[in-house]
Ligand binder design. Structure first.
Ligand code: ADE
Ligand code: ZN
Length: 339
């Protein structure tokens, strides 16, 4: 079973590049850039990764991201993640980045985007892993700030496929960003938004109806509204679920309480993702293992989660068909010769 998860071709759709900053690299970059860290060792930093809720995590996440200064730093961060993708059989990944958390510290938009983009290009050449970038707006900031950020990124528009919405959810509903998402739509960008992670089911509804998103990030609180669940299923609206993140941030008290399997059985387009793996105890493979162990998911169910991610991705139809075929082939091969 473990072998099946390892070799299963996987597609990641909810991954914050700043959330892949492992403590070792954080210390290396802090030293390189002469930025003091309030921890005396990698261990003491790792020991601080105990969270009560989303905000207690975000406070550490933004503090950590402050060691990223140069184009090389963004390249190194992204390259380290792409090597993990290669190790874990991730064949395609769609990556979030938070430019406002860097430009607000004086980092040039160009260095953020080109640093990440260069590493993605190299991973496609060396590993054959395809990818897209998604620019996220920080929802605790104003819509004007988000509009200015989109404008500043437009010279690099060929390097990102869409826009997203993240950071502190409660009190910052999707509709706060209606105009900037409208502008993104008119420019031809894909749209996604975090909704229903800590915020109410109503935020999922407005992410879909007001922002016109192509996917909902998290979305697990949809089960508080039966009509919403019916609509998400009927429209095959993808939910990019992050099981280990939900446990670390106490969205669910235990993996056994998680609703991903029940949503899958009802026909929802749920997918498995790692969110901020350096902080939450694992990359995509560990997230698949968590739902397999905690919820007793079968190989067929795990393959379906991966097929959902292919369907929900922004890759070409040809690549979707090829990866789907490989997933189904593997499932059949394991049914004939189970490991
Ligand atoms: N930024 C990074 N990780 C996040 C999450 N899980 N929710 C909202 N914003 C985030
Ligand atoms: Zn997220």
């Amino acid at each position: 079973m473990e072998h099946f998860i390892h070799v299963l071709p996987k597609v990641e759709l909810h991954l914050h590049i700043e959330g892949t900053l492992e403590p070792e690299l954080m210390f290396e970059l802090a030293e390189r850039n002469q930025i003091p860290l309030p921890y005396d060792s990698v261990e003491s930093l790792r020991n601080a990764y105990e969270f009560d809720d989303l905000q207690s995590f975000l406070d550490l996440y933004y503090q950590g991201a402050a060691v990223l200064l140069t184009r090389q730093d963004f390249y190194d961060l992204t390259w380290a993640y792409m090597k993990r993708c290669q190790d874990q059989h991730v064949v395609h990944t769609e990556i979030f980045f938070d430019p406002q958390s860097h430009t607000s510290r004086g980092v040039a938009m160009e260095d953020v985007i080109i640093g990440i983009h260069d590493a993605l290009q190299q991973a496609e050449q060396e590993f054959g892993i395809t990818s897209h970038l998604i620019l996220c707006f920080l929802r605790h900031l104003s819509e004007e700030d988000a509009l200015a950020t989109l404008n500043a990124a437009l010279p690099y528009r060929s390097m990102f496929i869409g826009v997203g919405l993240d950071s502190s959810e409660k009190g910052h509903p999707p509709e706060k960003f209606a105009r900037v998402f409208d502008k993104a739509r008119s420019l031809g960008f894909k749209r996604v938004a975090h909704a229903g992670e800590e915020g109410p089911a109503a935020y999922i509804r407005t992410a879909v109806d007001v922002l016109g998103v192509d996917r909902v990030d998290h979305g697990v609180r949809c089960t508080e509204d039966d009509n919403l669940v019916d609509d998400l299923i009927a429209s095959r609206m993808p939910l990019t679920v992050c099981p280990l993140s939900n446990i670390k941030l106490k969205v669910f008290s235990d993996i056994k309480e998680h609703n991903i399997r029940s949503l899958l059985h009802q026909g929802a387009c749920v997918t498995v993702n790692s969110d901020d793996p350096a902080y939450f105890g694992g990359y995509i493979e560990e997230n698949f293992k968590a739902v397999q162990d905690g919820l007793g998911m079968t190989n067929e169910e795990l393959a379906r989660l991966s097929l959902n991610a292919v369907e929900a991705s922004f890759m070409t139809m040809e690549r979707k068909a090829m990866i789907s075929r490989n997933i189904i082939f593997l499932l059949h091969a394991c049914q004939i010769r189970p490991d």
